[in-house]
Design a protein around this ligand. Structure first.
Ligand SMILES: Cc1ncc(COP(=O)(O)O)c(C=O)c1O
Length: 393
């Protein structure tokens, strides 16, 4: 019945885990969720007010109203020193949609898209859905999951159309070093592939400074699509507002695709987006300070659990601890053989929801989001430590 392209499609495991935790809570089970991919803060009031005050409720330009595209350009110049014209910017219904429009516009069946691993689950899925081939390239825990330019070079072939870079990254929290970004940027110029730089967690950089690969040289910028969103920095996940800046013909193609699929992003959200991107930015610093406190706590707590080790993530709001030392241990549900077993064990025995690393390309790890209150994190970590302490073998 269904189209062939659905044969490999996996529904988002992160959204599935959130739904599972929510359903358990609805049954009265006290589950602590470390599954969230969204800030637990509310959208700042001045942003919500801007949407209501504008009162714009009709169709708009497909790629976003001119005022919003101007706000995007202002933000990219202010934060990264990047200059774009308004026809080099397009706005979509969330960065996930922006990324899909890019794959639709650039990838022919059989084209290869290189994705550093561990990766955000939607990159390979979107590529495969459209007949492309996702090629994963390992990063190493010993470098904090930094981008490995030599591994990228080895993976690039004449069919490579895109290399996807995500820094700060989901699920590892890695912030790629400027040197590694430069190497891969120069490779893109040399070999003629496109770079998709997903910078959705830009604002949540705790160590060092966020570097956009597009800022490293004009030649690299000409081969790069910078992707970002209002979701994470402004706690606006539900508003669905993402954007891309890059070469005009690709931006035009993405906008044309969108014109036949969703038309414009929601008009009300666009007015909120202007205030978010161009208005006062001080709420971000408060949120970042709180995330940073939680980050330090959770990494310390994880590393104190025998059999669990975690590198210190430099950005985003995820930790990606290695739990492979628990493999082979027993609990009432059986023997732990991989990350999915560890997640099932933690949900059942500790009543904490986490996401299996295998979904992100590494079966040795699990992902925990610390976008939840510090007291909740403390309780979750003590439940995890107690449950792991009860494992046998
Ligand atoms: C790495 C990464 N890119 C893109 C997105 C999509 O964000 P949105 O569609 O809410 O803009 C997410 C959301 O979880 C993400 O983690």
């Amino acid at each position: 019945m269904l189209a062939d392209r659905l044969k490999t499609l996996q529904p988002s495991p992160t959204l599935a885990m959130q739904a599972k935790a929510k359903a358990m809570r609805a049954q009265g089970i006290d589950v602590i969720s470390f599954g969230a991919g969204e800030p637990d803060f509310d959208t700042p009031r001045h942003i919500k007010n801007a949407a209501m005050e504008a009162g714009q409720t009709k169709y708009t330009e497909v790629g976003g109203i001119p005022e919003l595209r101007a706000a995007v350009r202002h933000k990219l110049k202010r934060d990264l020193g990047l200059e774009y014209t308004s026809d080099e910017v397009t706005v979509s219904c969330g960065a996930k949609h922006t990324l899909y429009n890019i794959v639709m516009s650039l990838v022919n069946p059989g084209d290869e898209v290189v994705i550093p691993s561990p990766f955000w689950v939607s990159y390979p899925e979107q590529v495969q859905l459209l007949g492309g081939v996702a090629v994963s390239v390992a990063t190493s825990e010993s470098t904090g999951f930094d981008l490995d330019p030599a591994a990228v070079r080895r993976a690039v072939t004449p069919r490579t159309k895109i290399v996807v870079l995500n820094s700060p990254g989901n699920p590892t929290g890695a912030v790629f070093s400027a040197a590694a970004l430069k190497d891969v940027g120069e490779l893109a110029v040399e070999r003629g592939f496109w770079i998709v730089s997903d910078e959705c967690y830009e604002a949540l950089t705790y160590e060092g400074r966020h570097v956009s690969i597009a800022s490293l040289s004009p030649e690299i910028k000409a081969r790069t699509l910078v992707v970002n969103t209002c979701s994470k920095a402004y706690a606006m996940t539900g508003w669905r507002l993402g954007y891309a800046a890059g070469p005009k013909p690709i931006i035009k193609a993405m906008t044309d695709v969108q014109s036949q699929v969703t038309s414009n992003p929601t008009s009300i959200a666009q007015w909120a987006g202007i205030e978010a991107l161009a208005g006062p930015q001080d709420e971000i610093a408060k949120m970042v300070g709180e995330f940073d406190r939680r980050r330090r706590f959770i990494v310390g707590a994880l590393n104190a659990i025998p059999g669990v080790t975690s590198v210190m993530p430099k950005g985003a709001f995820y930790v990606f601890p290695n739990v492979s030392a628990l493999f082979g241990k027993r609990w009432k549900g059986g023997i732990l053989k991989g990350s999915s077993d560890v997640c099932a064990f933690l949900l059942d025995e500790a009543r904490i929801a986490t996401v299996a690393g295998i979904d992100f390309g590494s079966d040795a790890h699990i992902r925990l989001s610390y976008a939840t209150g510090l007291e909740t994190i403390k309780e979750g970590m003590s439940r995890m430590a107690a449950a792991v302490g009860r494992l046998e073998g």
